[in-house]
Write a protein that binds this ligand. Structure first.
Ligand code: GLV
Ligand code: MN
Ligand code: MN
Length: 415
């Protein structure tokens, strides 16, 4: 059944429905980790919804979803849009899902054959790094950036690699090469996303035209000391893995603060302590470092400082430390021409905007290495993201969805 008219209200209802795909019993925000039951159910729901509305839907070998609205000439590269449905633990409802529902809304504003080119909505698999420690798996697979050895080494909290989880969910890791999109698949790709910072809100602007994306470089740090009695072991005889970790974390924090002029940031957001008992000196600690920035040299300085901190902490605490790089990505510049199209659309429609960089990572950073790509940001209330309080006013969403639609119209009619 092809619906004649898909309204903003329909889009809002769809957005509210997606919120219900949540981990059972979750009281704080949305937990929809990649490949979890709720993530699979949300993907399946979108497959059905998009099919019922007349789009041609396919899934690839890792569960990336593509929904296509044919134009007059399907031989031409398509115009793409889309985002992701997975979330961080106890995250918000907007990160990712907003780009999916606005993309769907935008496609629904056109009839098959109305535009010259096909339009395609992509739902990227496993964008968040929360489960496997590295991000944007769907778009990496689409752009031929699979690192099989590294990916096999990074396991989730149940000890399963991405490949095992993908296969257990009924997909086919052995066919992963078939997910790589051909050259000229897209003539342009536009992702709509929340800003996840507060520049737009502070400046009272409605739209961010994103012209560059900061890149993450990530490490796993394994500190091996010796577990011992917390009362009976004198301070000078300890090999405390947590004290060593704390010293390293403090050094990384200082190193990133020194790089503030370049906008570089560093975070330790995950740590596992063994045996994790109040009366036992921590014998083993694993923690994860996420360094992000636009300037590769600045990221490298923080990474070097991490190595120095590791050597110092080993000596000072009589522990051994293994530093393993999980991923290292290039900061990405987005397409000037597409940013200008978005800026002109804003000017034509009296929408306040600024060109800006994204501190968070997005699938667009991978697509941008193969196809012209840009992003639209909507304001995040209080700049809050990866948190249950993530919020964007619906009036801002309406403006952004309309901007996306008009931009797809313009790009879809380009010769
Ligand atoms: C994606 O949300 C990221 O971690 O940047
Ligand atoms: Mn996110
Ligand atoms: Mn996101």
């Amino acid at each position: 059944m092809i619906q004649q008219c898909y309204t903003m209200h329909d889009m809002e209802t769809l957005f509210e429905t997606l919120k219900t795909f949540n981990k059972p019993g979750e009281m704080k925000g949305i937990t929809r980790l990649a490949y979890s039951k709720e993530d699979e159910a949300a993907h399946q729901f979108m497959v059905e919804t998009m099919g019922e509305h007349g789009l041609f839907v396919r899934k690839d070998a890792i569960g990336n979803i593509f929904a296509r609205l044919p134009g007059q000439n399907s031989q031409l590269p398509a115009v793409g849009t889309g985002s992701h449905l997975d979330t961080v633990p106890q995250g918000g409802a907007y990160d990712g899902a907003l780009g999916v529902v606005t993309g769907f809304y935008a496609l629904m504003q056109f009839k098959a054959g109305e535009l010259l080119r096909d339009l395609e909505l992509v739902i990227f698999r496993a964008e968040e790094s929360s489960r496997f420690g590295f991000s944007c798996i769907g778009s990496k697979v689409m752009t031929g950036k699979v690192k099989a050895d590294q990916w096999a080494e990074n396991v989730d909290d149940e000890g399963q690699s991405f490949f095992q989880v993908n296969d257990d969910a009924g997909y086919a890791s052995e066919k992963i090469a078939s997910c790589c999109l051909p050259d000229h698949y897209f003539s342009a790709f536009i992702e709509l996303h929340i800003e996840q910072g507060k520049r737009l809100e502070s400046d009272g602007l409605t739209i961010g035209v994103v012209n560059g994306i900061a890149a993450p470089t990530r490490f796993a740090v394994l500190v091996r000391g010796h577990a011992d009695h917390s009362g009976a072991t004198p301070m000078y005889q300890r090999q405390d893995a947590l004290v060593a970790s704390a010293m390293i974390i403090e050094d990384i924090n200082h190193a990133a603060c020194r790089e503030s002029p370049w906008g570089t940031v560093a975070t330790v957001g995950k740590m596992e302590i063994q045996p994790n008992s109040m009366n036992v000196i921590p014998g083993e600690v694993t923690f994860y470092v996420d360094i992000r920035g636009i300037e590769k040299s600045s990221i490298s300085r923080v990474a070097s400082r991490l190595q120095e901190a590791v050597h110092k902490a080993e000596k000072d605490n009589d522990v051994t430390i293994t530093l393993r790089e999980i991923s290292s990505e290039e900061p990405v510049k987005l397409d000037d021409g597409l940013c200008d199209v978005l800026a002109q659309q804003c000017e034509k429609n009296d929408i306040s905007y600024m060109k800006m960089l994204s501190g968070a990572g997005h699938d667009t950073m991978n697509l941008a290495q193969r196809y012209p790509a840009a992003m639209i940001f909507t304001p995040s209330k209080g700049g809050i993201s990866h948190h249950p309080d993530e919020f964007t006013h619906f009036s801002d969403i309406e403006v952004a969805a309309t901007l996306l639609k008009e931009t797809l119209r313009e790009l879809g009619n380009r010769q």
